[in-house]
Design a protein around this ligand. Structure first.
Ligand code: ZN
Length: 240
């Protein structure tokens, strides 16, 4: 596809051979960028190359290769990604749970006593663990969002669970709250903070002073939990 047809909001992903192994590159084109930039997206370990309108993708590739050492160093420093597999350890509500595959147990997957028990064909294990955690996320976050909204005298229109790696929660102007299912892995205080944050957006769609004051009423000590998300959130985004 010619570079000129790239759309700024829809990055194109490409695997690029680099010294030290292939990397996933996300190409972005921006009318605001004055120079070519490289950054690492910690959520999925891709290299994001932002090109100003007049730069060619070939210039981007040259710059990428000139910075191969930097890219390799940054990728190596990322937290390890965890794939759902038999024996893998995954936090549920902040507590480590081991995934255990029992082929002949009835039911698809369940969370019990420090373990995630998955039955059936191992080929479906990853999917079943994800479905199970998503269901648990729905249960927990729907309850928390309603609880926080009710304290503030507000009402969400509905609560959705999404597979987002870019944000923990969102509030649409129509009052729909959405949360990333990966929040199910975070400690309960963090889940409560994100629920309070999005519930507060039902009244204030911006991040102004009145908004943060309401967040403080709904979740005392939110600063510490917001800091936790900035520090430890990228690790959770790499699980699953
Ligand atoms: Zn917000």
């Amino acid at each position: 596809m010619p570079v000129s047809r790239l759309v700024a909001t829809e990055p194109e992903i490409e695997t690029v051979a680099m010294p030290g192994g292939p990397v996933q590159v996300k190409w972005r084109r921006s009318g605001h960028a004055r120079r070519l930039t490289l950054r690492i997206d910690p959520r999925d370990g891709t290299v994001v190359v932002t090109l100003p309108m007049r730069s060619s993708r070939r210039t981007g590739l040259t710059m990428l290769k000139d910075h191969a050492d930097w890219v390799r160093g940054r990728l190596a420093a990322l937290p390890e990604s965890i794939v759902f597999a038999d024996g893998a350890e995954v936090p549920v509500h902040g507590t480590p749970h081991a995934i255990r595959h029992h082929r002949h147990r009835p039911g698809a997957a369940s969370i019990e006593a420090g373990e995630i028990i998955v039955s059936g064909d191992p080929a479906f294990l990853r999917r079943r663990v994800a479905d199970c955690l998503r269901l648990e996320a729905r249960r927990r976050l729907t309850a928390l969002a309603w609880e926080k909204a009710t304290v503030a005298g507000l009402k969400p229109r509905r609560v959705l669970i999404k597979d987002t790696r870019s944000r923990w929660g969102s509030c649409a102007p129509d009052g729909t709250l959405a949360f990333s299912w990966r929040l199910v892995m975070a400690p309960p205080r963090i889940q409560a903070y994100v629920a309070a944050h999005e519930a507060a957006h039902l009244r204030h769609l911006d991040h102004g002073r009145a908004f943060w004051s309401l967040v403080g009423e709904l979740h005392a000590g939110w600063e510490r939990d917001a800091a936790w998300l900035r520090r430890d959130g990228p690790r959770l985004m790499r699980i699953g």
